[in-house]
Design a protein around this ligand. Structure first.
Ligand code: AHR
Length: 322
């Protein structure tokens, strides 16, 4: 090999090595740019909640986001710990579905100091300082409660003795669905809540509470209003075990619109469900990206919901995505 050829080969080899090194560095940088987002979820108390978790996880996967997931098992202390751990790990953003409305300021101030935007999904919080979160994406729970009351007023001709199954105490949907329902029945003197207790948004809770109430303050009930479908499905079991025909002897209505509720409506055991859309993943990550770019976000985006009654259930069931 003459000197020329030798130098040219060495030159080509070095160029290739340099190019390779540059490419790997570029690749590492690209890998570094992958967003890391922490998602502090309430728990897995209902079919709705599972659908929301799935929506956030699958949207993260399709966007190539590195998602850190935490299940607080319904406990605010655990959720606060999870948010603190995300801050310590230096995530790019946090998605939070707060268990309850109050008690968030200290940890959200820590996130703000660390310049980590927090996107609230599904449930709102009570705070005087709205700069502590980037945006809230949620349904209007007061409107859901009111829609349920209006539907029941029509169905019952304004005459109902109602058992109310409340959600988790202190949670925005429990507070607001109660408020909206009470406002809705307020216009109908023949509609009364005769017993009201929390079933914690769980099917088991709905069953146990209905069982107990049917033996006491709720014994003359003509309707059961549950703050979510899972509790209504539990109540249906309790009514059946008490020898009553849910959907016929006692009107049963609830909120969420999960597949199980549509199946119960097709079976004639549930009369109505007010939809509450849990498929918030796409909107949540869009908000995360905008917040990280410094775009201005609305403080709240309201997800639109509809009312479905038993008459529409069979046609709608095949279209349900959760
Ligand atoms: O915050 C939304 C509510 O929480 C859903 O209605 C209920 O099913 C869930 O547990």
């Amino acid at each position: 090999m003459n000197h020329h050829i030798l130098f040219r080969s060495i030159g080509a080899a070095s160029f290739a090595a340099l190019a390779l090194a540059a490419f790997s560095t570029f690749n590492l940088q690209a890998a570094d740019k992958k967003l890391t987002v922490g998602f502090a979820q309430v728990g897995a108390e209902s079919a709705w909640r599972t659908a929301e978790t799935e929506s956030i996880k699958s949207e993260a996967a399709s966007r190539g986001v590195n998602l850190k997931f935490s299940d607080a098992q319904g406990k605010q202390e655990k959720q606060i710990k999870a948010v603190r751990a995300f801050i310590a790990q230096g995530v790019d953003a946090i998605i939070l579905a707060p268990v309850v409305e109050t008690g968030w300021e200290p940890v959200l101030r820590e996130a703000k100091r660390a310049k980590i935007p927090v996107v609230l999904v599904d449930r709102g919080i009570k705070t005087a300082d709205e700069s502590l979160f980037a945006t809230l994406i949620a349904s209007d729970f007061v409107a859901e409660g009111r829609m349920a009351a209006e539907w029941l007023a029509k169905k019952s001709g304004g005459q109902a003795r109602i058992i109310e199954l409340q959600g988790t105490p202190g949670a925005a949907p429990a507070i607001d669905r109660k408020k909206g329902f009470e406002a809705g029945i307020g216009a109908h003197p023949g509609m009364k809540i005769i017993a009201s207790q929390s079933g914690d948004f769980r099917r088991s809770g709905g069953k146990e509470v209905t069982e107990a109430l049917l033996k006491g303050a709720g014994s003359g009930a003509t309707a059961v209003y549950a703050h979510n479908d899972d509790m209504a499905l539990g109540a249906i079991q309790a009514l059946e075990e008490a020898g009553k025909k849910p959907g016929t002897d006692v009107i049963v209505l609830s909120i969420d619109g999960v597949k199980g509720a549509f199946e119960a409506m097709v079976a004639g055991k549930l009369n109505c469900t007010v939809e509450c859309n849990p498929l918030l993943g796409p909107m949540a990550f869009e908000a995360v990206e905008k917040a990280l770019k410094g775009d201005k976000l609305p403080k709240k985006t309201v997800v639109q919901d509809r009312v479905f009654d038993a008459g529409a259930a069979a046609a709608e069931l095949p279209n349900r995505k959760y």
